[in-house]
Design a protein around this ligand. Structure first.
Ligand SMILES: [Zn+2]
Length: 178
């Protein structure tokens, strides 16, 4: 199951580049930071992501420091600072985190509301998936807001592609054994 957590091809992230670049002022931050709970490598996230996704109570603990996202599947920590003086766990967010919650109702694409269930359902009904094309189209139309909606603070397409791959593998195997 670790393939869901592997770093994604860059081109899927670059689709959201205009928005990402607008928000990414140079911030002095250590090049690398590991999750204090799981040791997973952290992915830098911008303050705007935490400001939008933390609960009101958790937001009061937000420090003026660079934060990182932990994509560790079984780790409760979602955000942490390099020196670990500040961490936020799943309970501090207003949304479930794709990487940390295997539930079918969990969003995979936060901008346009695609869940594992909706992706699997289309594959089960039609044998194929239009979700990547749909998201790509809407991203190109400038409709995405990944930095404010997705806990990882970047484009969801890598996670969506993984869900489609899982769905296709599962449902085509089921069809073949019928
Ligand atoms: Zn972690």
């Amino acid at each position: 199951m670790t393939e869901c957590c592997t770093p994604r091809p860059r081109q899927s992230e670059q689709r959201c580049a205009p928005e990402a670049q607008a928000a990414q002022q140079p911030v002095a931050r250590p090049a690398k930071a590991s999750c204090p709970a799981s040791g997973d490598p952290g992915k830098p996230v911008e303050p705007i992501t935490l400001e939008h996704l933390l609960t009101a109570q958790a937001r009061m603990r937000l420090l003026d420091a660079p934060y990182y996202f932990c994509r560790g599947r079984s780790c409760d920590v979602v955000y942490f600072t390099a020196s670990a003086e500040s961490t936020f766990t799943k309970a501090d967010l207003t949304v479930p985190v794709t990487q940390k919650d295997p539930g079918d109702s969990v969003p995979v694409c936060y901008c346009f509301g695609h869940t594992r269930a909706s992706i699997y359902d289309e594959i089960r009904r039609t044998g194929t998936s239009t979700v990547v094309a749909d998201i790509t189209h809407r991203v190109q139309a400038g409709e995405c807001a990944c930095e404010r909606t997705n806990p990882q603070g970047s484009c969801c397409l890598g996670n969506v592609s993984q869900a489609v791959k899982h769905g296709l593998a599962f449902f085509t195997t089921v069809a073949a054994t019928r």
